[in-house]
Design a protein around this ligand. Structure first.
Ligand code: ZN
Length: 167
């Protein structure tokens, strides 16, 4: 743990650590939204011109597929009941019922809402990226077969890619 902490200080922001990390060229996902998701409870912004304005750190993760520091995300240990929305377009992604403690240092969910999450295999062939179906914003990666829960799936998500709405 001490080593990880030291590394966290000296490793530049552009690099990342751990299971969620990924080295990938920057790709913009500013193309027009797919407009496939609607929800009556939340105002989901379908038009890219109406997406929430992102801070530079949010942009680094959501647009340029970065990874937030391990154990630094605000929702890793959040156990409150509620819904996790996409930070950029407000699409509901995960319910608190599907959240579990994976011990990985990032929020983990064994399921997502409807068709709100899309899987995209990484170019390296090892991992599968997950993005918001509506705005294509980067969320994290999905891992299967680890047997954490009965659904046998772990969506490893950056807290910064989400906004939590308490029930
Ligand atoms: Zn989104």
């Amino acid at each position: 743990m001490k080593i990880i902490k030291i590394l966290s200080v000296i490793v530049p922001l552009g690099l990342s650590l751990g299971a969620c990390s990924q080295a990938q060229n920057q790709t913009s996902s500013d193309s027009s939204s797919t407009n496939v998701f609607t929800d009556s409870k939340y105002t989901v912004t379908m038009d890219s011109s109406e997406w929430n304005k992102l801070t530079s750190e949010e942009e680094r993760v959501i647009v340029y597929k970065g990874t937030e520091m391990i154990w630094k995300g605000e929702y890793t240990d959040n156990h409150e009941k509620g819904t996790y929305l996409c930070k950029r377009c407000n699409a509901p992604l995960f319910e608190s019922e599907s959240k579990f403690d994976s011990g990985s240092g990032w929020p983990a969910f064994d399921d997502f809402i409807g068709e709100s999450v899309t899987e995209i295999p990484d170019k390296d062939g090892y991992r599968v990226e997950i993005v918001c179906t509506n705005c294509q914003g980067h969320l994290g990666h999905v891992f299967k077969g680890e047997r954490f829960t009965s659904k046998n799936t772990r969506h490893c998500v950056n807290s910064i890619s989400m906004q939590f709405v308490k029930e």
